[in-house]
Design a binder for this molecule. Structure first.
Ligand code: GTP
Ligand code: MG
Length: 399
C-alpha cells in the first residue's frame, strides 16, 4: 500500500518517543525536571501512543489513508484510460463536380450517338467511298434528324482531302457538332432593370416542366433573386400540389387557383402579385395535356396575350421544355410550339436517362432558338446552363 508521510509526521514520531521516555522516567520517578502540577504517568503513555498512532499507516483509520488522499495521484497510479476505439469514419461520398455529372449524364447518348459513328471508322483504316456511304447511313440513323445528318456528312465529305485517318474524321465531326451547338449557347440571364422578369414554361405533358421550374427557381434564389411561381397548369389538382410543394421547398412565393380554372387568369394573378410584392422573377407553369393539341396551343397563346396586355413585353421568355428520351420527336415538338408561340429558349431534360440526346444537335441546327439549360438528373442541382464546349467534350469522352 502506498502511504505518503508529510514532513511534520517525522516530528510527531519523535515527540511520541519523547512522551514515551517521559512515561518511563515518570514511573521510575526519574524525571529530569520537577513537574509544576503532578501529571499521572499514564497521561505521558497515552500521549506517546496517540502521537505514534498518528504516524502509523493504519488503513481506514488514519486520516491520510489512500482512500482520502488529498494530493493528486501520481501518474503511475492512474489506471490508463482505455483509448477510444477508433471507429471507422463514415466514408464521405465525394460530391461529383458539374463536369463529372455532365459526363455521367451524357454517357448513354455517347453510346447511342458517338459510339455508333466511331464504330464506322473502326471498321476501316482509310476514308474511302465505302466508308463514306456507311457514315452517311449511320448519321441518318441517329437522333439528330436527317437535315443535320447531312450537314455533318457534307462537312466530312468536303474535308476528305484534309482528313486522312479515322481519328481525324472523328475530330472533324466533333468540331462540326460544336460549331452547330455553339450558335445556340446563350444562357438565360435576368436583365438589369426588368422587374418582374417573366418566364412562361411550356412543353408537352411529362417533359419535365414542373421540375425544371423548381430547378430554375432554386438557381435564381441562390443567386439572390426573389421568385414567384404561378400554377398555370390547372388541368390536374395534383399538378398544382406538386408545384406548391416545390415552391415551398426552394423558397419561392406561390400563386394558385382551383383545378380547372382558366390558366391565363392564374398567369394574370401571378403577374399582378409579382408586381405588387416586388419579386424579381415570375415563372409560370402551363399544362402539357389538353384535349387536343389545337386546344393546348390556343390556351397558351391566350396566356401569352393576357400577360402582354397586363405588362407589355411579357412574357420575356417562352421556355420550351423538351424530353431527350423522345429523340427525334423533339424536333417536331419544337416546330409546333415555336410556330404557335415563338419559343425564346429551350431546356432539354432527362439527358441522363436517354441514349437519344443527340437530338439536341438537330434542334440546334434547325432552329435559331437558344438552348438555355440541360437537365441531367432529378436533383435541384441537376440543371446546368448549356455550354457547347463542355457538352461536346463530355459527349465525346470515351468512358
Ligand atoms: N432523370 C431525370 N428525370 C427528370 C429530369 N427532369 C424531369 N425529370 C422527371 O420527369 C418526370 C416528369 O417531370 P414533371 O416536371 O412532372 O413534368 P411536367 O412536364 O411538369 O409533367 P406534366 O405536369 O404532367 O405535364 C418527373 O419524375 C421528374 O422527376 C431530368 O433531367 N432527369
Ligand atoms: Mg407539370
Amino acid at each position: 500500500m502506498k502511504y505518503r508521510f508529510k514532513s511534520y509526521d517525522y516530528l510527531i514520531y519523535l515527540i511520541s518517543y519523547l512522551f514515551f521516555a517521559l512515561y518511563i522516567a515518570d514511573i521510575r520517578n526519574a524525571l529530569p525536571f520537577s513537574e509544576p502540577v503532578a501529571i499521572p504517568s499514564w497521561i505521558y503513555l497515552i500521549l506517546a501512543v496517540i502521537c505514534n498512532a498518528w504516524v502509523l499507516p493504519i488503513p481506514g483509520i488514519h486520516p491520510r489513508t489512500p482512500g482520502r488522499i488529498e494530493k493528486a495521484p501520481e501518474a503511475e497510479e492512474i489506471e490508463a484510460i482505455p483509448e477510444k476505439v477508433a471507429l471507422p469514419k463514415p466514408e464521405k461520398k465525394p460530391v461529383p463536380s458539374s463536369k463529372e455529372k455532365l459526363e455521367k449524364g451524357l454517357s448513354k447518348t455517347h453510346k447511342g450517338f458517338v459510339e455508333r459513328i466511331s464504330s464506322v471508322f473502326r471498321r476501316s483504316k482509310t476514308i474511302d467511298a465505302n466508308l463514306l456511304t456507311e457514315l452517311e447511313e449511320t448519321l441518318v440513323g441517329t437522333d439528330i434528324g436527317v437535315r443535320t445528318a447531312y450537314t455533318i456528312f457534307e462537312y466530312v465529305q468536303q474535308n476528305v482531302g484534309k482528313v486522312t485517318d479515322p481519328e481525324q474524321a472523328m475530330d472533324a465531326i466533333k468540331t462540326e457538332i460544336e460549331t452547330i451547338l455553339k450558335k445556340r449557347e446563350n444562357n438565360l440571364a435576368v436583365p438589369e432593370g426588368v422587374k418582374p422578369f417573366v418566364i412562361m414554361v411550356t412543353g408537352v405533358n411529362g417533359s419535365g416542366k414542373t421540375t425544371t421550374i423548381a430547378k430554375i427557381a432554386h438557381r435564381l434564389i441562390s443567386e439572390g433573386k426573389s421568385v414567384i411561381i404561378a400554377a398555370g397548369d390547372t388541368f390536374r389538382a395534383a399538378a398544382i400540389e406538386q408545384l406548391e410543394h416545390w415552391a415551398s421547398k426552394v423558397g419561392a412565393d406561390f400563386i394558385k387557383s382551383h383545378e380547372g380554372a382558366d390558366p391565363s387568369s392564374v398567369a394574370f394573378d401571378g403577374l399582378q402579385a409579382a408586381i405588387a410584392r416586388g419579386h424579381d422573377v415570375l415563372i409560370i407553369d402551363t399544362a402539357g395535356r389538353l384535349h387536343t393539341k389545337e386546344n393546348l396551343m390556343e390556351e397558351l397563346k391566350k396566356t401569352k396575350r393576357v400577360l402582354d396586355k397586363k405588362l407589355s413585353g411579357t412574357p420575356h421568355e417562352i421556355l420550351l421544355v423538351l424530353d431527350a428520351t423522345i429523340g427525334q420527336n423533339a424536333i417536331e415538338q419544337t416546330r409546333q410550339f415555336n410556330n404557335a408561340l415563338g419559343v425564346t429558349g429551350i431546356t432539354m431534360t432527362k439527358l441522363d436517362g436517354s441514349s437519344k440526346g443527340g437530338v439536341i444537335v438537330g434542334i440546334a441546327n434547325e432552329f435559331e432558338i437558344p438552348i438555355r439549360y440541360i437537365g441531367i438528373g432529378e436533383d435541384m442541382d441537376d440543371l446546368q446552363p448549356f455550354n457547347a464546349q463542355s457538352f461536346v467534350n463530355a459527349l465525346f469522352l470515351d468512358n
